[in-house]
Design a protein around this ligand. Structure first.
Ligand code: DQA
Length: 153
């Protein structure tokens, strides 16, 4: 059974409370439950985590090299700033699906650039919490192809 690591970056623990007009009222615990339900339907396992610390996220991405088949990541604000996170994802050599609750392209110009997109297989944004379900499906779909195709697509 494939294992998909679902990582959440800074401030995503505040989901439901933080700027609900932008991010909605769904909490991260709700998102976790939605992702687990979808994993059950798809026949994969998920390892769902959140950290406010860049280094912790990087350590988890290193762990994914041996523990996961694909990575789904909402890097939060680190999306727009972190070369280190981008380098870690690149070194993981796994399919990477980047996800954002909001449509970052409709927001401030500084959110239009993503370091993570430079190494992601694909990006899902603007669908709120449901985007996580779409991201999991995308990662699962990539894994059903050959590993090389999934990585290089
Ligand atoms: C976000 C978008 C980022 O620009 C922001 O810093 C976040 C959340 C999203 O899910 O829409 O923390 O990644």
């Amino acid at each position: 059974m494939p294992n998909i690591m679902v990582l959440n970056g800074p401030n995503l623990n505040m989901l439901g409370l933080r700027q609900p007009d932008i991010y909605g009222r769904t909490t991260l615990a709700d998102v976790h439950a939605m992702v687990e339900n979808e994993a059950l339907a798809l026949g994969c396992s998920v390892d769902f985590r959140q950290s406010n610390h860049e280094g912790v996220l990087i350590d988890w991405i290193h762990e994914a090299r041996t523990r996961a088949d694909a990575i789904v990541i909402n890097p939060g604000g680190l999306t727009h700033t972190s070369v280190a996170l981008m380098d870690a994802l690149s070194a993981a050599e796994k399919p990477v699906v980047e996800i954002h609750l909001s449509n970052v392209h409709r927001r401030e110009p500084f959110r239009h650039h993503s370091y993570v997109s430079l190494v992601a297989t694909g990006v899902i944004c603007g669908f709120g919490a449901h985007g996580y379900v779409l991201a999991l499906r995308a990662a699962h779909d990539l894994l059903s192809r050959s590993p090389a195709v999934a990585r290089d697509q």
